[in-house]
Write a protein that binds this ligand. Structure first.
Ligand code: DNO
Length: 396
């Protein structure tokens, strides 16, 4: 598989020549400074592409070309925004970029409650603590009827948190959930936003009354509108699963399980309507059999994110080392390599290790942790390549 790396553009502290040294072949990136809804011009795309190519690398995947909220909730300006999206795709197509990852998560992309949860070996990991999420939603955000969305065992932990959470803890929880995880990926709220909670509440209100069926219909509307330009330029759109794969903050989410993915791929049954197979996001849901999903959806997967979570009691999860979570990444590599040995793959959300924690990298996107994970995955890939032809060898 094509070994790629998510790079955050010329301002990334991890430079392209560092990536060349560690054997990266393809770059996954975006025009991070262009707000969602604005057109990506040929000039801006070519400029970044040339920079990447000047280091002997290739711009393999756009992650993401963000979809504006009004397209997701079907606001009055949706058709104009879809036209802009089509124009950006056309410009990408003219520049020869053919794989575009995007998501359709309303308001908030990935959700974590801890960015640096200490691990026994001295590294740190991204962590999702369900009761702290409920605390944020019910006590801090004060969303109406939020308590109805959580099971009793989570609600039972709130009085304990009421006693222990300090003002500083609350500030850091807000910052983690809606600011630090969102800004650097072109999310709705960025560092320096004066009133993030108020902003978040007003974004949530855009989805009042929007159901799962509505969101599905809005995605299908969007996909049908963009398929012609994808067909003309050979662009594969690949939707990213919801992370974690469950509704949050009363918002519908529509890429959570096999049935959701089947629905999306079948509703617009076009090879350019594909999937980003993010094993990590899918693995955060106990309901997902990730290896079975890989087998089922390999033929429509256009990009693979390799990572895996470990599920913990009471709905918590932690991002596991790449060799040690609930998903067998060796088996996934085998499935995807058989499907298409040139499929782009990137590791994701490495642990912070060595100097990662003091280097100011984006959360989940440190250097040493990802380099380590990439080396592990490359080792798996070599084993799969050399043994896969031999049907007597069972790789586990
Ligand atoms: C987080 C990422 C997501 C992903 C987008 C794709 O680390 O996996 O932000 O890039 O959802 O659109």
């Amino acid at each position: 598989m094509l070994n790629t790396w998510r790079w955050f553009g010329p301002k990334d502290k991890i430079t392209l020549d560092m990536l060349v040294q560690i054997g990266v072949q393809g770059i996954v990136t975006s025009l991070y400074d262009i707000p969602a809804g604005e057109v990506w011009s040929v000039e801006r795309i070519s400029e970044l592409k040339s920079l990447i190519e000047s280091q002997g690398l290739k711009w393999s995947v756009v992650e993401s070309l963000p979809v504006s909220e009004a397209i997701k909730y079907a606001g009055a300006e949706r058709d104009r925004l879809i036209d802009n999206y089509i124009q950006s795709l056309e410009n990408l197509g003219k520049c020869g970029i053919r794989t575009v990852c995007y998501n359709f998560m309303p308001v908030i992309d990935w959700v974590r409650t801890d960015l640096k949860r200490p691990m026994p070996d001295g590294t740190s990991a991204l962590y999702f603590d369900y009761s702290r999420l409920a605390y944020f939603d019910i006590r801090v955000l004060g969303r109406k009827d939020a308590a109805r969305d959580y099971p009793d065992y989570v609600l039972a932990k709130l009085p304990g948190l009421d006693r222990t959470m300090t003002a500083e803890d609350i500030h850091s929880l807000v910052d983690t959930i809606i600011v630090k995880t969102q800004g650097f990926i072109c999310g709705n709220i960025s560092e320096g936003d004066a009133a993030p909670l108020e902003h978040f509440r007003s974004l949530l209100s855009l989805y009042d009354g929007v159901t799962k069926d509505d969101l599905r219909a809005n995605l299908v509307y969007f996909l049908k509108a963009i398929m012609p330009v994808c067909g003309s330029y050979g662009i594969d759109m690949c939707i990213h699963p919801d992370d974690p794969p469950m509704p949050v903050f009363g918002l519908p989410r529509i890429v959570c399980n096999a049935e959701d993915i089947r629905y999306i791929l079948d509703s617009v049954d076009n090879p350019h309507n594909g999937l980003t197979f993010c094993a990590g996001s899918l693995s955060a849901g106990a309901h997902n059999d990730v290896e079975a999903m890989a087998r089922e959806f390999a033929s429509r997967s256009r990009f693979v994110h390799l990572r895996t979570c470990a599920l913990l009691p009471d709905g918590d999860f932690v991002e596991a080392p790449h060799v040690d979570g609930r998903v067998n990444l060796v088996e996934l590599l085998r499935i995807f390599r058989r499907q298409d040995p040139s499929l782009p793959m990137r590791v994701d959300h490495g642990r912070d290790m060595l100097s990662d924690s003091v280097s100011g990298y984006n959360p989940g996107y440190g250097f040493y942790g990802r380099m380590f994970a990439l080396a592990q995955v490359e080792g798996m890939m070599c084993a799969v390549e050399s043994l896969d032809g031999d049907e007597n060898v069972k790789i586990i």
